[in-house]
Design a protein around this ligand. Structure first.
Ligand SMILES: Cc1cc2nc3c(=O)[nH]c(=O)nc-3n(C[C@H](O)[C@H](O)[C@H](O)COP(=O)(O)OP(=O)(O)OC[C@H]3O[C@@H](n4cnc5c(N)ncnc54)[C@H](O)[C@@H]3O)c2cc1C
Length: 366
């Protein structure tokens, strides 16, 4: 069984080292029985065959947890934490399992606490521009829900279709548009979490500048080590009036990189600017119907957004700088669907490369 909304069996059939499957357990432990009392039998997994799909994420490490529990409310999360604490068992929170650094892998016979059932968008306050969501809500679902109010949620990790807000908070995720908008830490206003004692605590929220220490930036990026996030207050932004997306094709990586630097030097701050090399372009064309120019040495995607007067001005500058720096062709996306296809291609880059080499190691260089 694939966990709901999970990253899927990336490492299946790969060369990743499998940890030995623990001996068959005939009966549930006392802790498992207590977890079943709290969350219901159908929301607790403990048989070795049921644990197989929970023993890895999108990284390399593998280890079966002692059990997996899917609480349906914040109160159940607190009860689960108290039960595990009383039994002396470690706990590991898990969102969609798209993490690349093994953060969800159970060590020391830990219990995995999945947020797969905590998927409610609690509220969207269009006036205050705040969304309150449970941790298992996929990132993209927030922007889709906010769109009707003329708003969007800025952090856009490439995994945004499945990675969860809880996982995004815990990893301080960011995507291509971090260039203009920053990462999660710039967009999380408040967090409710269950502490290792089983107490529930809230930091921040809809009111800005509360008295006392601001613990929210400390929690964002803490990789589940401080507690299990059960609710998040997110800052929403107004949808820009105008968006322009350019695709420039270069003979090689160097000229594409020089053009990217020249755009920044020109004073224009794009909302996003990303380069794909020849290998990635080939991998994308082979895996998905994205129709990128196969003969390009590199491809630069540049997006600006804002008021129409601004974007028009920036568009002229960008086109001039790209051509001056050796772009063989510069094209702008004519329609929203063309723009979305270009970003979809960029965001599928990792998946396309992983199709060629399932065991790869990703570096983010800044
Ligand atoms: C194809 C692909 C593309 C990616 N692109 C990007 C990208 O552009 N930018 C980027 O930043 N990352 C990217 N990632 C990495 C990954 O998607 C992010 O780290 C994402 O934020 C993880 O979310 P998740 O729900 O999958 O969390 P998981 O992988 O399930 O967990 C990640 C960490 O968060 C903790 N955690 C999860 N939920 C909670 C909770 N409720 N409370 C406390 N701790 C919790 C876990 O314990 C773990 O330490 C990508 C991964 C893949 C596979």
């Amino acid at each position: 069984m694939t966990p709901p909304g999970d990253a899927g069996p990336r490492a299946r059939g790969s060369r990743a080292t499998r940890s030995p499957v623990p001996p068959r357990v005939a009966a549930p432990s006392a802790l498992v029985r207590r977890l079943e009392e709290i969350c219901g039998n159908e929301n607790v997994f403990w048989r070795p065959e049921d644990l197989l799909v929970w023993e890895y994420d999108a990284g390399f490490d593998r280890r079966p947890p002692a059990a997996v529990v899917l609480p349906g409310t914040a109160e159940e999360v607190a009860d689960v934490v108290r039960a595990a604490r009383a039994a002396g068992a470690a706990i590991v929170p898990r969102g969609a399992g798209t993490g690349l650094s093994g953060g969800t892998i159970a060590c020391a016979d830990a219990i995995v606490v999945s947020t797969a059932r905590l998927r409610r968008i609690v509220s969207i306050d269009a006036l205050a521009r705040i969304a309150v969501v449970e941790p298992g809500v996929p990132n993209l679902a927030v922007s889709l829900a906010a769109r009707g109010h003329g708003l969007f949620f800025a952090p856009d990790p490439a995994s945004q279709r499945i990675s969860t807000i809880g996982g995004n908070v815990a990893t301080n995720a960011g995507g291509p548009h971090a260039l203009r908008y920053g990462s999660m830490t710039n967009h999380v206003l408040g967090v409710e979490l269950v502490l290792p004692t089983g107490e529930s605590a809230r930091f921040g929220g809809e009111v800005a500048d509360l008295p006392g220490y601001d613990c929210v930036p400390f929690i964002v990026g803490s990789e589940g080590t401080l507690g299990i996030i059960t609710k998040v207050w997110l800052r929403l932004l107004p949808l820009p009036e105008d968006v322009r997306t350019f695709v420039a094709i270069f003979a090689d990586i160097d000229s594409g990189a020089r053009a990217a630097s020249a755009i920044i030097a020109s004073g224009v701050v794009p909302a996003a600017m990303e380069m794909l090399d020849r290998v990635t372009i080939g991998a994308l064309n082979a895996a998905f119907e994205v129709h990128l120019p196969e003969d390009a040495g590199s491809l630069l995607l540049v997006e600006v957004e804002g008021l129409r007067e601004e974007t028009e001005d920036w568009a002229h500058t960008i086109e001039r700088v790209l051509r001056k720096n050796g772009a063989a062709s510069v094209r702008s996306a004519e329609t929203v669907s063309e723009r979305e296809l270009l970003w979809k291609a960029r965001k599928l880059g990792y998946a396309a490369l992983a199709r060629i080499r399932p065991n790869n190691y990703l570096h983010d260089a800044v």
